[in-house]
Each structure stands twice: as structure tokens, then as C-alpha cells.
Design a protein around this ligand. Structure first.
Ligand code: GUN
Length: 298
């Protein structure tokens, strides 16, 4: 077998961001400044890091970012008030509500309150439904990033058997929908699947998104499979804290054609696609605005 390839998410994200920057410049030339509002409720340490990185990346590509921090004791109504203001603000193109939310906040109501055209996470049921119908909508960022890496690595995905491990609303389910849209045969495995290893060993493509450190080793993988590891798990390794994926990288490497490392694989792609979605949202709002003007003139 050929030497396994490391899939470089940092380099791929940099390529996506170059295109995003060009789109930002085109919009600015038309006096449109793309803007992303990021809402952080509470003080979850990992969420604070994610939000900081999103805001830094936005600034780098010329997207205006506005951070809204709400206290841990925020009520659903208070959050809905803020979302309503951001929905109504024509200078804001994207709204991102960082998850998880404190237990007292109704997550579903909050996500449904974001207008679908500003829903840069693709979590509103209008966008979720559109994706499962195969329509072009704002799609969740992490699975969009995984699909981009797969297209770059495998070329044509049609007819490939993809196994998605994990069925979360953020990654597993939208990943399956995107792979179906790309004409893959898709199997979704979860905690109740009997003999998941045997099913996974049939896959040409494996997407691991379960949040269980190093669960998937060589015994799960067909020789020559392409593996995308979405997991980011902090473990204690002989007294030192470090990040590992859902895949046991050292065990998997000799078995695969290509694999993403953790960190440096999927992580940078999530933020790159958030920027891409923000620009797409700005373009969509510009188009619907110009269509509305045309209608009012005609
Ligand atoms: N928390 C973990 N991943 C995500 C994500 O992709 N979007 C949001 N909004 N919150 C998250």
C-alpha cells in the first residue's frame, strides 16, 4: 500500500479563507460590510476559546464581528430578545449562538428564533430540512469542512460507502445528509448499533464523531480507508494533558490511505466554513434585497 497521507486541515482552511477574503472584498466594493454576531451565554471555558478563535479569524478575513456575552443566569426570554434585535439589524448578516447553553435556556427555541437567512450554523429546522431535501442552504460548518477535505482527498465521492460514527445534530446527522447529497452510500452508527466494528470495516470513508477518545483503532478499518476524525478530546497522558481524536491515530495510520490528525485536521475547517457561511449569508441578503427592490419597481 502507498504511504498514508496526512490530511492537512490547516492548509485546506487557509485555501478556503483566501476565497472568503476575496468575497469580502467584492462585497465591500459594493459598500456591504459582512458582519457576524457571536453570542456566548455563560462561562464554559472551551466555548470561550472557540468564540475567541472565531472572532480573531473573522477579523483576519475582514468580517466585522460583534461579541455578545450574556451571564450564566440568562433566561430564554432575555436571549430571545437579543436574537430578535440581531434578526432586525440589517447590518448583521450572520448570527452564531455558541453551544452548549446553560441548562435553564431552551436551546431549541433559541436556535429556531434565528432567522434562517442569518443562521450561519445551519441549525434552524428550515436549513436542516432544506439540507435533507438536497437543497442549497446554509449547512453546518463542521460537516461542510469534512466534506471539503474528502473531496480534496478522494476526488469523486459518488458510490463510495461512507460510515458516520455518531448521530449528533451538529455533526453526525448533517454529515450523513451532505454525503448522501454527494451520492455516497451512507451508514450511520451509534451507541445502539450491534457490532459497529464489522460495519465500519466495510467503509471506504469513515467519519468519527462520537466524542470518545481513541475509540476507533485499526480493527475498525478496511485497508485503504480514508478517515476523518472530528473528535477533540482532552485526556491525561502520563500526567500531561493533551488533545486526541476519536480515532487511535497510531493504530489507524498503517491501515489507511489518508487520515486527519488531531489537532490540525477538522478543527480549522469548522471556523473557515463559519466565515464562508457568513459571506454566503451576506450575499443571499444582498440578492433578496435587490430582488425586493426590483419587485417594488416593477
Ligand atoms: N459548539 C460546539 N460546536 C459548535 C458549533 O459548530 N456551533 C455552535 N454554535 N456551537 C458549537
Amino acid at each position: 500500500m502507498n504511504t498514508p497521507r496526512l490530511i492537512d486541515g490547516k492548509a485546506a482552511a487557509a485555501r478556503v479563507l483566501i476565497e472568503v477574503r476575496k468575497d469580502v472584498e467584492r462585497l465591500r466594493a459594493q459598500d456591504i460590510q459582512p458582519a457576524l454576531a457571536v453570542i456566548l451565554v455563560g462561562s464554559d471555558p472551551a466555548s470561550q476559546v472557540y468564540v475567541r478563535n472565531k472572532i480573531l479569524r473573522a477579523e483576519e478575513v475582514g468580517i466585522r464581528s460583534l461579541e455578545h456575552r450574556l451571564g450564566t443566569d440568562t433566561s430564554t426570554e432575555q436571549l430571545l430578545d437579543l436574537i430578535a434585535r440581531l434578526n432586525a439589524d440589517g447590518s448583521i448578516h450572520g448570527i452564531l449562538l455558541q453551544l452548549p447553553l446553560p441548562a435553564q435556556v431552551d436551546e431549541l427555541r433559541a436556535l429556531q428564533a434565528i432567522v434562517p437567512g442569518k443562521d450561519v450554523d445551519g441549525f434552524h429546522s428550515e436549513n436542516v430540512g432544506g439540507l435533507s431535501q438536497g437543497r442549497t442552504v446554509l449547512a453546518p460548518c463542521t460537516p461542510s469542512g469534512c466534506l471539503y477535505l474528502l473531496e480534496q482527498t478522494c476526488g469523486d465521492l459518488r458510490g463510495k460507502h461512507a460510515v458516520v460514527i455518531g448521530r449528533s445534530n451538529i455533526v453526525g446527522k448533517p454529515m450523513a445528509a451532505l454525503l448522501l447529497k454527494a451520492d455516497c452510500s451512507v451508514t450511520v452508527l451509534h451507541s445502539r448499533s450491534p457490532d459497529p466494528q464489522a460495519l465500519c470495516r466495510q467503509a471506504d470513508i469513515v467519519i468519527a464523531a462520537v466524542g470518545r477518545p481513541r475509540l476507533i483503532d485499526a480493527s475498525w478499518l478496511k485497508p485503504g480507508a480514508v478517515v476523518i476524525d472530528v473528535g477533540i478530546n482532552r485526556i491525561d497522558d502520563a500526567g500531561r494533558s493533551r488533545l486526541v481524536g476519536d480515532v487511535d491515530f497510531d493504530s489507524a495510520l498503517p491501515q489507511v490511505a489518508a487520515i486527519t490528525p488531531v489537532p490540525g485536521g477538522v478543527g480549522p475547517m469548522t471556523i473557515a466554513f463559519l466565515m464562508k457561511n457568513t459571506v454566503t449569508a451576506a450575499l443571499m441578503q444582498q440578492h433578496s434585497l435587490s430582488e425586493a427592490v426590483c419587485h417594488s419597481i416593477s
